[in-house]
Design a protein around this ligand. Structure first.
Ligand code: SAH
Ligand code: SF4
Ligand code: F3S
Length: 448
């Protein structure tokens, strides 16, 4: 019988993409996927450490499996991802049952690392490496939409953030490799690609060479022009954008290139200039608002989403209200909000201006309330409209319905048969709107 594996993934889209690649490697090694960790011979936790609660979750899962290993000594336990990178050897001391601790830069080396484990070693792989092009076919969760990494790592130093410590310096993939991966996806029947980077606007600045005018040889905007015509791929998305580097040229490209969807994920973190400065974000609230205005000038209907942090050290009530006002002014389609969590190895964690948990959670609640109100207002514009929906799957809560997304990334449900519609773009008349999703009915003829 084949050995069975299970991967549990925490964290962001990068981790999801890494998990799909690691699953591909394990399957190539002859492992077979099993739905629960309890039935597996190899369990891999791909972990996240962006906030303390993300990290703690991992330890509670691990504790349980470590106990099981005492009865099943041939169970292989792997911790990958950002907690692995942050804790390294310390993780082995905390959970001695672990076989392998591997940072995100080592995802493509999983085969090699497992082989070392099979020779009886306990392995820690957290040294910084050059990330090699991955030749394994990932095991993708969806048959319709796919992640494609374009740049790994982050060279920013936001004072609250662990990502540069755990993901390392920026490493861009070459445009030809990205295009080749997209062409393969197109051949396999994928319809939508999301290009990924922690700071996607930084794409290309680590690739040597420059244009005659002295600018970088490859920019993210150039990359969009380079890949936009890949056969079979009908939609292109990207995340995450950093306001510091967001250019009008990029906005123009998005408006010009028909496959690039009108959805922008541009975290602002705080609406207050002094807090932004303390965060070392490198832009002001005014600059952020100018970016949004420019996007809306080119694409009046564009959807805007973002991330924000409340309760950053020293944040006053008034400064927090500047964040509320920014949300009020922009009217986000979606906003990921979080209470500030002090992270080991980051500057802000040791400042003595930390706020009480009660203050942070009160602000979070007030912000979330406003976000839901604004998102509901933004959803109103879809009422009775005809939207181009790419069908991804069945509605997990109602098997008579399928679900997909509009170009603007609104989740949309409508009655239909998934076997006939999966991967199709359908014209859907929107009949019901909610803050973060829509319901509609398919128009005939089905194809847009
Ligand atoms: N590269 C992206 C964000 C990556 S982390 C950017 O620059 O915007 C994802 C989100 O987690 C961040 O946007 C931020 O809102 C949140 N986050 C990061 N560190 C955090 C911390 N210490 N406490 C609370 N939220 C945090
Ligand atoms: Fe973290 Fe800032 Fe880099 Fe985003 S840009 S990953 S918030 S350090
Ligand atoms: Fe978490 Fe690592 Fe992503 S810390 S948010 S999984 S980069």
């Amino acid at each position: 019988m084949n050995r069975r594996y299970h991967i549990t993934t925490f964290g962001c889209q990068m981790n999801k993409a890494d998990s799909e690649r690691m699953a591909g490697i394990l399957e190539e090694m002859g492992f077979e996927w099993v739905d629960t960790p309890d039935g597996a011979d190899l369990i891999l936790y791909n972990t996240c450490t962006i906030r303390d609660n993300a990290e703690q979750k991992v330890y509670s899962y691990l504790g349980k499996q470590a106990k099981r290993k005492q009865e099943q000594p041939d169970l292989t336990l792997v911790v990958a991802g950002c907690v692995a990178q942050q804790e390294g050897e310390a993780l082995l001391r905390r959970v001695p049952e672990l076989d392998l601790v591997m940072g995100p830069q080592h995802a493509n080396r999983l085969r090699d690392l497992i082989e070392q484990v099979e020779q009886g070693n306990q392995v820690v792989a957290t040294e910084p490496v050059h990330i090699f092009e991955d030749i394994t076919r990932p095991r993708r969760d969806s048959e319709v939409t796919a992640w494609v990494n374009v740049i790994y790592g982050c060279n920013e130093r936001c004072t609250y953030c662990v990502v540069p410590n755990v993901r390392g310096i920026e490493q861009s993939r070459m445009p030809a490799a990205i295009r080749a991966e997209m062409e393969e996806l197109g051949r396999q029947g994928f319809r939508e690609v999301t290009l990924l980077g922690q700071n996607i606007d930084a794409y290309g600045r680590d690739i040597p060479g420059s244009k005659p005018d002295g600018s970088h040889l490859h920019t993210f905007t150039d990359l969009l022009y380079h890949v936009h015509d890949v056969a079979g791929i009908e939609r292109i998305r990207f995340a995450t954008s950093h306001p510091r580097y967001f250019t009008e040229r990029l906005i123009r490209a998005c408006a010009e290139l028909p496959k690039v969807c009108e959805h922008f994920h541009i975290p602002f973190q705080s609406g207050d200039n002094d807090v932004l400065k303390a965060m070392a974000r490198g832009y002001t609230r005014e600059k952020y608002l100018r970016i949004i205005d420019t996007i809306r000038r080119y694409m009046p209907d564009a959807a805007i989403s973002a991330d924000a942090i409340v309760g950053f050290p020293g944040e006053t009530e008034e400064q927090f209200e500047n964040t509320l006002r920014l949300v009020e002014t922009v009217g986000f389609d979606q906003l990921n909000t979080a209470a500030y969590s002090p992270r080991p190895g980051t500057p802000a964690a040791v400042w003595d201006s930390q706020l009480a948990d009660a203050v942070k959670s009160d602000r979070l609640q007030r912000l979330n309330h406003l976000v839901a109100t604004k998102a509901a207002e933004r959803s109103q514009r879809y009422q009775d409209r005809i939207e181009d929906v790419l069908v991804e799957d069945q509605n997990p809560k109602n098997s008579n319905q399928v679900m997909g997304r509009t170009r603007s990334n609104r989740l949309t449900f409508f009655p239909g048969d998934i076997t006939a519609l999966k991967g199709q773009r359908v014209a859907v008349k929107i009949t019901d709107v909610r803050a973060f999703s829509l319901t509609g009915e398919m128009l005939e003829p089905a194809l847009v």
